[in-house]
Design a protein around this ligand. Sequence first.
Ligand SMILES: O=P(O)(O)OC[C@H]1O[C@](O)(CO)[C@@H](O)[C@@H]1O
Length: 251
Amino acid sequence: MKIVILPDARAVSCAVADIIVQEVRRNPQAVLGLATGRTMEAIYAELCARHKGGIAELSNISSFNLDEYVGLSEEDPRSYHYYMRENLFSTIGIEANKGRLPKGAAHDPEQAAAEYDVALAASGGVDMQLLGIGENGHIGFNEPLSGLSTRTRVVALAKATLEQNAKMFGGDYNNVPKQAITMGIGTILEARSILLVATGSAKARAVAQSVEGALSASMPGSALQLHAKCIVVLDQGAASELGQREASERP
Ligand SMILES: O=P(O)(O)OC[C@H]1O[C@](O)(CO)[C@@H](O)[C@@H]1O
């Protein structure tokens, strides 16, 4: 695991955009694994600016997003389909058949989840997976105690996650869908490279336990220790609990 610590969230967005642009320059048809959430908004804004400015050509990539809420239509402004169109796809010119997300509105979400894994495999797999992390350590919507070899599936969201994401749902966690389709931890680990991004001190505990703690299903982010090519990009806040354990306790 390579850890990069930068002064602030702005520097993080620029560095992450640099890494993604390098990947796409090397392989203009790269398959990217994409994430949603607040951390990613600044990164997508940076990528869109580079695309519009002619610095990066992103219209030939294809992508698979990590997750989507069950039961929200693709037109719902709170859905991740909508988020991706607004924050990235419409600017870089990616059609829906190339910018894929799990079909949370499907009549049979379990079936939709299984089909997503098939489509992912048929694409040749993810070249670079972009990941955020929840305050409870979730990656995708793999909540604590998710199995380390799980595949794309329907999951129940933890109360901490409902609360963390309530802002988009009128501030009341009761309004947040209780289930989502998410790539599994096993699915995520199959990406050829992984880029974990975290900003702000609210993520510091999850980051420290993921990077320096024991490999454990209670901290899904710790599964990234198993990946041979994982870069972790942090601002000072997210890095603030690193290095606090005795050297003898570290893995
Ligand atoms: O960046 P945020 O909003 O803190 O979210 C962290 C992660 O949790 C999720 O909301 C759940 O998948 C991701 O979209 C995101 O990467």
